[in-house]
Design a protein around this ligand. Structure first.
Ligand SMILES: *Cc1c(COP(=O)(O)O)cnc(C)c1O
Length: 351
């Protein structure tokens, strides 16, 4: 059974004011948004309405105690104009894992999926068709319930906003392997897409930028001897012809791009390993020429190649390869996402 969704259409679309040939990433918003409130112990009827500000009580707990989680996903249109999502149920499941950890109520799968599909139908013209472009989708949930006592709120809001976006291209990034700060700790909330995780990353990242780097490679909070993620992306390291990524844990986000890339790489005959990667191993491989590639993986950029890294006041450059794994894998995954090739995995979901 489909959820009942109330639809309030915008009077006049803003779409004519948008240049779809020059889209930034995530800063132009579609006409509509979906809102669904949780109050009196129950989710209310979801509403699709014009994109507009949200008014909250100053004592709403989101402002004080940070009960706030989100997801990031994309919708694509193929050459025939069909709309697709990529593994959307995984985002719903992960949002609920984050919700559990932050004591936010579970969002029913029907509200998430039917709400998302209805929103994409209403704003279908906002899904870009240009090569590399997509509709970036941001589902999020936060505490609207009020009061200054530090305890979970009694009311929440689930929202989905969308942003037609051009390719997220950071260029080849230079990263700094972190030796002091940590993104996440054992027993903490690193595995959740909780807003506060990102707030905590900004300061160390700012310090790295001041030193001339673009991004931080996070190491484990205890020894800082093992690399874990690159900025807000999962990290892959290629040593000779083996592609390695760290196992997910309390501290590492279980990325959908990461697990899709692992699958695609294995099926393409690339040797993969999921294991801890020590900083010493990476530095050693960089010195003796075995380190061929490093890249970040996440929904926004898909794959973001790393040009070099800094560690203990020394810089190490990665080689320029003819046909790097990063480019091969990015093409394979985006071809599946945009319906250019067969999808043997059943990852695409048509609207
Ligand atoms: C969202 C995110 C990722 C990537 O997850 P995807 O599902 O691939 O988008 C990786 N690391 C962190 C910290 C993230 O927030």
């Amino acid at each position: 059974m489909k959820s009942h969704i109330e639809i309030q259409r915008i009077e006049k679309s803003k779409i004519d004011s948008v240049d779809f040939n020059n889209l930034p990433f995530g800063s132009v918003f579609s006409d509509h948004m979906l809102e669904c409130d949780f109050k009196n112990g129950a989710w209310q009827t979801p509403v699709i309405k014009p994109y507009s500000p949200i008014t909250l009580d100053p004592s709403a707990k989101i402002f004080h105690y940070g009960q706030s989680i989100f997801e990031g996903m994309k919708a694509y249109k193929d050459a025939a104009g069909k709309t697709m999502l990529f593994r959307p149920l995984d985002n719903c499941i992960r949002l609920n894992k984050s919700a559990e950890r932050l004591v936010i109520p579970q969002i029913p799968e029907a509200i998430f999926m039917d709400g998302l599909k209805a929103l994409l139908e209403v704003d279908n013209d906002w899904i870009p068709t240009n090569e590399g472009s997509s509709l970036y989708i941001r589902p999020f949930m936060f505490a609207t319930g009020n009061g200054f006592h530090a305890s979970p709120a009694d009311a929440y809001k689930f929202v989905i906003c969308t942003a037609p976006s051009g390719a997220y291209f950071a260029g080849k990034v230079k990263v700094l392997i972190e030796e002091k700060y940590a993104r996440a700790a054992n027993g903490g909330v690193g595995f959740a897409k909780a807003g506060g995780n990102y707030a905590g990353q900004f300061y160390p990242t700012q310090l790295a930028i001041e030193k001339g780097y673009n991004q931080v490679v996070w190491t484990d909070d205890n020894s800082h001897q093992f690399i874990e993620e690159a900025g807000a992306m999962n990290i892959f390291v290629r040593i000779n012809d083996t592609l390695i990524t760290s196992p997910t844990s309390d501290r590492i986000l279980d990325g959908i791009t990461r697990k899709s890339i692992l699958q695609i790489a294995e099926d393409a005959g690339i040797k993969t390993e999921v294991r801890k990667i020590s900083v010493g191993e990476v530095v050693e491989a960089a010195k003796n020429g075995d380190l061929k590639e490093m890249f970040g993986a996440g929904t926004a950029a898909v794959i973001s190649p790393i040009a070099g890294f800094g560690y203990q006041e020394k810089d190490y450059d990665l080689p320029e390869l003819e046909n790097p794994f990063a480019a091969q894998l990015k093409k394979k995954i985006t071809d599946i996402q945009t319906n250019k090739v067969e999808d043997p995995y059943g990852w695409r979901v048509f609207l």
